[in-house]
Design a protein around this ligand. Structure first.
Ligand code: ATP
Ligand code: MG
Length: 588
């Protein structure tokens, strides 16, 4: 991905022209000529699948060139920033498998940025402006996008701006009463030259610098300068910053500091969801989802909770590739990567969503065999485990029909069907119906007394064998579908009422009373040794049903994990469906 297309044509360190040759000499001295990139999230929300692209591009480009990548929190907007976001962002980056060379904060550089702002004023390239937002809008041509004009503060004496800037810093202006603006070019076609704001007054305490500052630098002032301080060679960002590239270069040159190269790539999103933090927040606040990590969302914490392996996300992002166009990818394409990964790695278990009891009438009541079952058929390296086989078992209700038919191969009266991993098939003899008209018991003959006939179909089953702890109850099996009905819930022509009115009522289906075979404990124990670990790593293919992982709502008391005897409390197992086994074929 990094050695083809536009990315392959990016400059080598040292190849970016500077306003003074000495800047490059200094840069190369400090970096040793290696690639420096950064992933610069604003800590005002959780990362989403789009950020996985940004992470792969930035960390991946550095890795591919044996360089380094910083994780930089772009924390210049104290109003929206919260501690949980900082922690979650770092954890998510690590979860995806990337290790920041260094974790930095834009706020680390507040002193340096302030000094540079003064230097810019002294160079007559910035001034203090007292215009209102509306006045500035008018000077920039107004709604009619008419002619532009300079404001009356623009040409005030340098000394006056310096004094006013100090007053701003000392808190002698209220919010909105004074701003520092860069003296750029009001007649330039690119709006990024219309005297951008560099500093504004904000009386919000900052989570790191607390009450030290009541003025904060803007993105336009901060981003390029911090890139410069950190000797970034390739400042990779999304295409909405194309116009900012020129103002980025302008400021570095105006201050005569080392100037990185900015390069833009297209944002990534997927169908049937929303990613913007503001929209996600609305969904959470209106309780349409259970939180930022509701497994129906495409935030990275949600995908993690849902059991999606990080490797599948990375391979999806790399498969989509890096182009400059904005891409909305069908979520099915992500699912292909998830399945591919899970097919290789997830041990198989037999589980039943809706169990019904089956008695094998010709076996003694206390019949007890131990069968060895591969963790993955035809893949001995994945190991094996054992399950009990007894005279009373459960099968899934959907695998039985009272009325047989020619094209039906599962269990029905008079028909024989295979039980996965069991030596002989069973033939159904009769069944019972309860007061609700539901099948409550099925009777079968275990065909170990006739020559083996290979059945057409095998179904999953679980023995009723309390002394072996079988079956294991699943408190909740959560099956997820698309959260939104429409491919693009934000498109007002598709969804006139807005995305909040487009929720798919069937996007979460919970089944209670499901069962799983005892092999589940091996899978749980191989990933968990205590409550605090990552339940989502307990992934399994429930054969013929789908891929599932353990949800964090599960409670697994220690005796179940260390194998000690007689646990006082039963475990609460909650499983999330990660993906179906095959792509859903939608009916037209
Ligand atoms: P949003 O608007 O979705 O909340 P943002 O752009 O405000 O996202 P930041 O935290 O500022 O998010 O983003 C950090 C980095 O990730 C930036 O370089 C940004 O360009 C990049 N990024 C954000 N969203 C996407 C996306 N959908 N696809 C690719 N890169 C993205
Ligand atoms: Mg942003």
């Amino acid at each position: 991905m990094f050695f083809e297309g536009d990315l392959a044509r990016l400059h080598k360190p040292g190849g970016n022209k500077q306003i003074k040759a000495s800047l490059m000499e200094q840069h190369l001295k400090e970096t040793g000529g290696i690639v420096h990139t950064r992933f610069p999230p604003e800590p005002n929300g959780f990362l989403h699948i789009g950020h996985a692209k940004a992470i792969n591009v930035n960390f991946g480009y550095a890795q591919a060139h044996k360089g380094v990548c910083f994780l930089r929190y772009d924390d210049t907007n104290p109003e929206a920033e919260e501690e949980i976001y900082f922690n979650s962002i770092l954890e998510t980056v690590k979860w995806l498998g990337f290790k920041p060379h260094k974790v930095t904060y834009s706020s680390d550089y507040f002193d340096k940025l302030y000094e540079l702002a003064i230097q810019l004023i002294k160079a007559d390239k910035a001034y203090i402006c007292h215009c209102s937002g509306e006045e500035i809008h008018q000077h920039r041509g107004g709604d009619a996008k008419g002619s532009r004009s300079e404001c009356k503060h623009r040409n005030r004496p340098i000394e006056e701006s310096l004094a006013e800037f100090v007053k701003m810093k000392e808190g002698r202006y209220k919010e909105g009463e004074a701003i520092l603006r860069m003296k750029m070019d009001m007649q330039e076609g690119n709006p990024q030259f219309w005297d951008l704001v560099a500093y504004r007054v904000l009386f919000t305490p900052h989570h790191r610098t607390k009450n030290t500052w009541c003025i904060y630098p803007t993105y336009d002032f901060t981003h390029c300068l911090v890139d410069s301080f950190e000797n970034i060679t390739h400042s990779l960002c999304t295409t909405e910053f194309i116009q900012s590239r020129a103002s980025y270069y302008w400021l570095c040159d105006a201050l005569e500091v080392y100037k990185p190269v900015q390069w833009e790539y297209g944002r990534l999103s997927v169908t049937n969801t929303v990613l913007s933090k503001r929209k996600l927040l609305k969904l959470v606040q209106s309780k349409l989802v259970s939180g930022w990590d509701d497994p129906r969302l495409y935030t990275l914490p949600a995908l993690r909770r849902r059991g999606v392996p990080p490797a599948a996300i990375n391979s999806f992002v790399r498969d989509v590739g890096v182009t400059t166009s904005v891409t909305t990818i069908d979520v099915k394409r992500l699912e292909v990567h998830i399945r591919e990964h899970l097919n290789e790695t997830a041990p198989r278990l037999m589980a039943l969503q809706d169990p019904v009891k089956v008695v094998l009438t010709n076996l003694p009541v206390d019949h007890h065999e131990t069968l060895t079952v591969p963790n993955k058929p035809r893949d001995p390296a994945m190991g094996e485990h054992s399950v009990p086989f007894t005279s009373t078992i459960y099968i899934d209700r959907s695998d039985f029909r009272a009325q047989d038919s020619k094209d039906y191969f599962r269990m029905a009266p008079g028909k024989s069907v295979g039980l996965l991993h069991v030596p002989y098939p069973v033939t159904c003899t009769d069944f019972e119906i309860d007061v609700h008209g539901e099948v409550s018991l099925i009777r079968c003959h275990y065909d170990n007394d006739t020559p083996l006939k290979k059945p057409k179909t095998y179904i999953q089953w679980i023995a009723d064998c309390p002394q072996a702890g079988s079956p294991v109850s699943i408190s909740e099996l959560r099956v997820y579908g698309a959260l939104f009905n429409h491919e693009n819930p934000q498109d007002k022509t598709q969804v006139p009422g807005g995305y909040l009115t487009d929720i798919n009522p069937d996007s979460l289906k919970v089944s209670k009373g499901a069962l799983v075979e005892v092999g589940v404990w091996d899978v749980i124990r191989s990933h968990l040794t205590s409550q605090s670990e990552c339940p989502e790593e307990v992934r399994s293919q429930f054969v013929r049903i789908g891929y599932f992982c353990l949800d964090k709502d599960s409670i697994v008391p220690t005796p179940f994990l260390d194998g000690s005897k007689d646990p006082a409390h039963a475990p609460t197992l909650v499983f999330n469906r990660i993906v179906t086994l095959k792509e859903d074929v939608k009916k037209d």
